[in-house]
Design a protein around this ligand. Structure first.
Ligand SMILES: Cc1cc2nc3c(=O)[nH]c(=O)nc-3n(C[C@H](O)[C@H](O)[C@H](O)COP(=O)(O)O)c2cc1C
Ligand SMILES: O=C(O)C(=O)c1ccccc1
Length: 374
């Protein structure tokens, strides 16, 4: 592929990132769990929804402004939490933060970031909301310390990831025997060399006995920040999130990296939206690579969406400028989709703009190529 004129879509960025990243780090970013069924179905499920455009509606001005947790954001497209941005570029999360800040939406910072949360938020210009992602440790003091720092630094919400009581098995990483390089520092909590292996992060430190009571209710008891639960795929868990006073849920399967065979995010979204009944906000991530994907998720009831791998690919391509490029491409594609569907504001995007996936006829093969299925 010729990228001389610069990448024109997220797929181009993926190809470039694959070419420039060391194979171990690339494998870690790219991989899904086991057979990667869920990773691929996050992508192919979007293709099964078709759009229903309306015309002659004056689309000369389009705005993507909306509100999230009661605050205005320029766009409903944010950055999902990802561990270790420094695997992609030496500027790591600081570069991502500067790019996200210009973009004016939300950046969720991973507990396993390679820059401290104070430094990351200091790169923001005030137009972006920062949310802190948490893995809750057996040693609650460690998690509480991160909560206190996030509160003090100005983070607007806590995002509790619930789909990783144990790390999913990623075969590429197993083959590469991949572990974070020694010189990467996870700056948000103290660790020694041994405790930085993936096994230790999730085994020794993580709390596999985490529950709604000792996790979510505990967190509610120690902070006033809104709590968002990330990794919800069912109406039952959405009802529990309401019962436990959460401000929002992120419909997500962790980019297909945890339970292989889990429902794709876009397919899980409608049941979560139905159960939410406007009692909490519903966001989603997983497989967003096009403006049309964002539009479909909004049409099915998401208040905002998040992207992970496209941001990492942008970072690998050109640091801050690369992330700007990735977010800019998606933003432009969203605006184009709005104009071509006859929608000029986010509120106008509703279910009437998507067809239900009655014909499940599009599939990707393992190489990510489109194959039609009867
Ligand atoms: C390399 C990588 C690291 C991730 N690290 C975290 C993490 O630290 N915490 C978390 O909640 N989710 C993590 N995720 C999951 C993402 O937040 C997100 O749910 C998912 O990747 C979205 O799908 P997408 O990559 O198709 O956009 C990670 C994903 C990737 C690809
Ligand atoms: O890779 C992931 O999906 C993830 O959440 C993670 C974070 C830190 C270490 C290992 C895995």
């Amino acid at each position: 592929m010729n990228h001389a004129g610069g990448p024109v879509c997220i797929k181009d960025l993926e190809t470039i990132a694959r070419g420039v990243m060391p194979s171990g780090a690339w494998g870690y970013y790219d991989s899904g769990a086991n057979d990667e069924q869920t990773k691929y179905s996050n992508l192919s499920a979007f293709d099964e929804y078709r759009l229903h455009p309306r015309y002659l509606r004056d689309v000369s001005t389009v705005s993507t402004e909306t509100t999230v947790l009661g605050q205005r954001v320029k766009t409903p497209l944010g950055v999902a939490p990802c561990a270790m941005h420094k695997l992609a570029h030496a500027d790591g999360e600081l570069a991502t933060s500067r790019a996200a800040s210009g973009h004016g939406s939300i950046m969720i910072l991973s507990t396993y970031a390679t820059a401290s949360l104070e430094k990351v938020i200091a790169e923001g210009d005030g137009s972006t909301q920062y949310w802190m992602q948490l893995y809750v440790y057996r040693e609650r003091r460690v998690s509480e310390a991160i909560v206190r720092r996030a509160e003090k630094a100005g983070f607007k919400a806590l995002v509790l990831t619930v789909d990783a009581p144990v790390l999913g098995r990623r075969l590429i990483d197993a083959r590469n025997k991949f572990n974070p390089p020694d010189d990467l520092v996870l700056e948000n909590f103290a660790q020694d060399k041994e405790s930085k292996t993936f096994g230790a992060l999730f085994g020794a430190n993580g709390d596999q006995s985490l529950s709604w009571e000792n996790g979510v209710a505990w967190l509610q008891s120690i902070t006033k920040l809104p709590i968002i639960v990330k990794g919800i795929l069912t109406k039952e868990d959405t009802e529990l999130a309401i019962k436990y006073g959460c401000a929002g849920v992120i419909v997500s399967n962790h980019g297909g990296r945890q339970l292989d065979g889990a429902l794709s995010s876009i397919d899980a979204l409608p049941q979560v939206v139905a159960a939410a009944q406007d009692k909490l906000e519903v966001y989603m991530d997983g497989g967003i690579r096009r403006g049309t994907d964002i539009f479909k998720a909004l049409a099915l009831g998401a208040r905002a969406v998040f992207v992970a791998r496209p941001v990492l690919w942008g970072l690998a391509y050109k640091g801050e400028r690369g992330v700007r490029h990735a977010l800019g491409l998606l933003q432009k594609e969203l605006e184009l989709t709005m104009m071509l569907t006859g929608t000029t504001s986010i509120e106008q995007i509703d279910r009437s703009f998507v067809y239900q996936p009655v014909n499940r006829w599009v599939r990707y093969n393992k190489r990510g190529e489109l194959v039609a299925k009867l």
